[in-house]
Each structure stands twice: as structure tokens, then as C-alpha cells.
Ligand binder design. Structure first.
Ligand code: PLP
Length: 373
């Protein structure tokens, strides 16, 4: 059976060159980076070279990149340390953030009794920036946690505008850039952001490795203890092969960005045009969306909603839900619930997310399959 992978916002296939790089490191550089002998030093050198590579592509200092297991860990660490150690009294976020942020914020609210404000999300998925400005004008030690690209709809938030507002009002800015690192140019020297987080598996790297960017002079305290690795901020023996794989993946992502982005834009446009031809009343969820994510409401009856992902899966097509079927009832995604009308929420929304590995033939197969449902 043909297999079509259109779920690249969930994770991406690893590039062969990245696998090769990791295998080489595992075979030849197994030393513990904390060991002082040459085998250990050689592993340490791989980590530091990787850090420099990542910093070069993101235009920051290597010392500002801290390796973590995932973006989820990095977000937990940053928000927790900000509240516990910087005396933050309020977090401003939004209801369309990834659960990595939302659940962390909720836990911190319960534990530390901090205030939490959610910026209004408009029906096109954008944020109410005027409201954010009003919220920020209240004098209270604040960290703002707002994502760059929404992982479900692809809606792009204006990182620069948010950052400027934050800094004018003396608030810190943490930005979840999981969906944009490796997929768009980010100049951290210029962007007014204090923290960003990333996971390698979103840009054709390995799973279980990510990093935080922590702006120079911001001194966080560790999430857990046990060693001096990563300036003592992230104890535990480093995953050398994963780190090397992540740096290689980021390097390849940026080296090929222009051509791969061009192909993906053409594919997304083609997919939307073909969907409109096949289902004239299809609607796209969100405006100003990132080039690799397309989220649509299909004009199918609510009864078909439950079966649609299952049917696509049976035909070898991997896409993601906009609505989840839980014990027989259809529960909308927390992101779409903020944006869509009651009627549209009952219909099947699909997130189709592309990579440079996808082809027009795969899109044709998706459309033909959808028409048969
Ligand atoms: N933030 C966003 C926007 C995401 O899309 C994801 C993953 O889906 C995460 C955070 C969490 O990434 P990870 O599970 O790799 O920590």
C-alpha cells in the first residue's frame, strides 16, 4: 500500500546525512564529555562545535544555546525558573499555545499562586495585540509566553511586535519557536526575545533532543541537579550523538531553506486549490499561515468526522486531526475551539503539514481518497 506522510508538524523524517553523522559519532566518539582524557575531550569538542553551528545559523552567541532533551523540557525549565528565581508574578500567554506551555503555566499557577492572563485569540487565529499591550501596561513583574507559529493552524504570530511590546513594558519574552526553527530565518541578535525553545525532530533531526536560547546575562537556575553539564543548568551526561545530529539537521535545513521552502509553498498552494476544486465549500482555518501547515474544515457531515482519520489511515495516509474522537464523542482541539463556530467545530478539520519530501502525486492521492469517503 502507498504510504503518504503529511504530518510534518508532528514530526519529520530524519535526513540520511543526519543519520550518518549520528552513526559516526556513536561509533567513534563514545567518550563521556566530562572525562578529561582525549576520548572524553573529543566528545566534548563535538558538543561545542554543534553549539557553535546552531548559534551561527540563529545569529546568537554559542553560550546562549543550552541543550535539553526536548522543547517541552526547555519551556518547563525557563518558565519555572522565571517564576521561582526572577520573582515573576504574572504570566501572559494564550489559549492556543501548545500544552507544553499551557500545562506548565497551570502547574506554576497552582504551585506559586501567580496571576495568569490569556490574550484574546481572534477567529482567524491571530492575537489581539491591543489587548496584549493593555495587559502589559499593568505594573506587575511579568513573563510573556507566546508561540511564533501555531502547530495546529500554522498561524504566524508577530514575534518582533510582541517582543517590542514586552521590552517597552519591562516584561520578559519566552517564545515557543518549535515550528519555525529550521524553517524560517531567525536572527536572535535582532529579535527582541529573551528565550526561545526548539526540538530537533521538527526539522528532520532526531527525537529526544532540543535546545533553549537564553539571552546573555539572564541567569536561570536548574530544573534538576546532579552535574556541571551545560554550565550546571542542565545536569546529566550529554547525548553527544543526538546533539551532533541536531546541529547537522539545522545546518542542512538552513543550507537548503530557499529551495525547499519554494517547493513546499507550491505544494501547499496546489493542495488548497485541489481541495477547493473537489469540495467547493472547504474552508481554511486561520489566516497568515506558515508555509508548511494547512488546516481545513471539510464540508462533511458530523457523522463522517469520527471516521475520517481512520479511513485515511486505512489508505496509508498520515495527517492530523482537528477534532479528536474520545469515547464516541468528538472533542475539538483546544486551538480550534478558540477560533471556530459551533457548526464548524462539529465538522472534520484536518491538519495537512508538508515537507520537501512530499510530491504532487501524494496530494492527488489524498484528494482522491477524501472524495471516496
Ligand atoms: N511546541 C510546539 C509548537 C510544538 O508543535 C511541539 C510539538 O508538537 C512542542 C512544543 C513540544 O515539542 P516536544 O514534544 O519535542 O518537546
Amino acid at each position: 500500500m502507498q504510504k503518504v506522510y503529511l504530518d510534518n508538524a508532528a514530526t519529520t523524517p530524519i535526513r540520511q546525512e543526519v543519520i550518518d553523522e549520528m552513526v559516526t559519532v556513536m561509533q567513534s566518539d563514545f567518550g563521556n564529555p566530562s572525562s578529561t582524557h582525549s576520548i572524553g575531550r573529543s566528545a566534548k569538542a563535538i558538543i561545542e562545535t554543534s553549539r557553535k553551528t546552531i548559534a551561527r545559523y540563529l545569529h546568537c552567541n554559542a553560550q546562549e544555546i543550552i541543550f535539553t532533551s526536548t522543547a517541552t523540557e526547555a519551556t518547563n525549565w525557563i518558565l519555572r525558573s522565571a517564576v521561582r528565581d526572577f520573582g515573576i508574578k504574572r504570566i501572559i500567554t494564550s489559549k492556543v499555545e501548545h500544552h507544553a506551555t499551557l500545562y506548565t503555566v497551570q502547574a506554576l499557577q497552582e504551585e506559586f499562586g501567580i496571576e495568569v492572563s490569556y490574550v484574546k485569540v481572534l477567529s482567524d487565529g491571530s492575537l489581539d495585540y491591543a489587548e496584549l499591550n493593555d495587559l502589559l501596561s499593568l505594573e506587575l513583574k511579568t513573563i510573556v509566553s507566546l508561540m511564533h507559529v501555531n502547530n495546529e493552524t500554522g498561524v504566524v504570530h508577530d514575534m518582533e511586535k510582541i517582543g517590542v511590546m514586552c521590552h517597552q513594558n519591562k516584561a520578559l519574552f519566552h517564545c515557543d519557536t518549535v515550528q519555525s526553527v529550521g524553517k524560517t530565518e531567525l536572527n536572535l541578535q535582532q529579535l527582541p526575545v529573551d528565550f526561545i525553545v526548539a526540538s530537533a525532530h521538527k526539522f528532520h533531526g532526531p527525537k529526544g533532543i532540543g535546545f533553549a536560547f537564553v539571552r546573555k546575562n539572564l541567569v536561570l537556575q536548574p530544573l534538576f541537579f546532579g552535574g556541571e553539564q551545560e554550565k550546571g543548568w542542565r545536569a546529566g551526561t550529554e547525548a553527544v550523538h543526538q546533539i551532533a545530529g541536531m546541529a547537522k539537521a539545522l545546518q542542512l535545513a538552513y543550507d537548503h531553506l530557499n529551495s525547499e521552502r519554494k517547493n513546499i509553498i507550491a505544494l501547499k498552494n496546489y493542495c488548497l486549490a485541489e481541495l477547493k476544486k473537489a469540495f467547493p465549500s472547504v474552508k481554511q482555518n486561520g489566516t497568515n499561515t506558515f508555509y508548511n501547515i494547512l488546516n481545513v474544515v471539510l464540508p462533511f457531515s458530523p457523522e463522517k468526522t469520527v471516521m475520517i482519520l481512520f479511513n485515511l489511515d486505512m489508505k496509508g495516509i498520515a495527517v492530523s486531526r482537528g477534532s479528536a474522537c474520545q469515547s464516541g464523542s468528538v472533542k475539538p482541539s483546544h486551538v480550534l475551539a478558540e477560533m471556530l463556530s459551533e457548526d464548524d467545530l462539529k465538522r472534520p478539520s484536518l491538519r495537512i503539514s508538508f515537507s520537501h519530501y512530499n510530491t504532487k502525486n501524494e496530494i492527488d492521492y489524498l484528494i482522491t481518497t477524501l472524495k471516496e469517503i
